[in-house]
Design a protein around this ligand. Structure first.
Ligand code: FES
Length: 239
């Protein structure tokens, strides 16, 4: 097996059939908070806490554990169906391209996890199309797209098409969105492989979000349903 970016070939997330995510390789687990700006729009990620280091651990995927973010076996008795329905076609075969005077942006709407970092000002798409010739607006659009942990939006250089991906440490973040008073997905950063219950590997990406509320229709990935269903994992930052 090829080593991943951080030289640790054992790091991966395994989706189990109708069960939890098994995390292997000592991947750091953090509590990641969405911080809104004065207009109530997501602006920054705050790493609020680090969970104890473990070589291997199991994360709840059904949304029913009493020991979140960890699995407590609730999926065995709550009827959880974790069938994986995600599109396995690679991102670069699926995206729609938005072009502007100073920037391009790839967009695969099927990956949206409703974190809404793209909502600043008139929205990332309009900024790219209409204002990206202005360096300040271009930088803002890049920042918005790069903070999209789902990997839905990928900013690219105008002339070369080179993807402008941030360098991200390999971590799994348990997302909380106090502004909307909801708990969010697991953001899996830095190119950590995700393996299906059938043994196949999903495309390895720098940014992706895994469902932990149990309600996504795009499992194992988050599709934003946690927002509509007001998923609350009991975290005090939501109170
Ligand atoms: S955590 Fe987002 S849909 Fe389940």
């Amino acid at each position: 097996m090829a080593e991943n970016e951080e030289g640790n070939s054992s790091r991966k997330v395994i989706v189990t059939k109708d069960g939890p995510y098994i995390v292997e390789g000592g991947i750091p687990l953090t509590k990641d908070i969405i911080v809104d700006d004065e207009d109530g729009v997501p602006r920054e990620w705050e790493i609020r806490a680090r969970f104890p280091e473990q070589e291997s651990y199991q994360l709840c995927r059904c949304g029913g554990s009493s020991d979140k973010p960890y699995c407590d076996g609730s999926h065995l008795s709550n009827g959880f169906s974790g069938s994986e329905t995600a599109n396995v076609t690679g991102f670069n075969k699926r995206y729609k391209l938005y072009e502007g005077p100073g920037l391009e942006m790839k967009d695969e709407a099927g990956l949206c996890s409703a974190l809404q970092f793209c909502h600043r000002a008139e929205g990332a798409w309009r900024i790219v199309k209409n204002r990206s010739g202005d360096p300040e607006a271009r930088d803002m659009a890049i920042d918005m797209a790069q903070k999209c942990s789902s990997g839905r939006l990928v900013p690219c250089e105008k002339r070369t098409g080179k993807e402008l991906e941030p360098k991200l440490e390999q971590t799994i973040g348990v997302v909380e969105d106090p502004g909307k008073k909801v708990s969010g997905p697991l953001r899996v950063l830095g190119g950590i492989p995700v393996e299906s219950a059938n043994g196949n590997r999903y495309e390895v990406r720098n940014r992706q979000t895994l469902c932990r509320c149990g309600r996504s229709k795009n499992k194992p990935f988050c599709d934003g349903t946690h927002l509509a269903t007001r998923f609350d994992d009991g975290d005090e930052s939501l109170r």
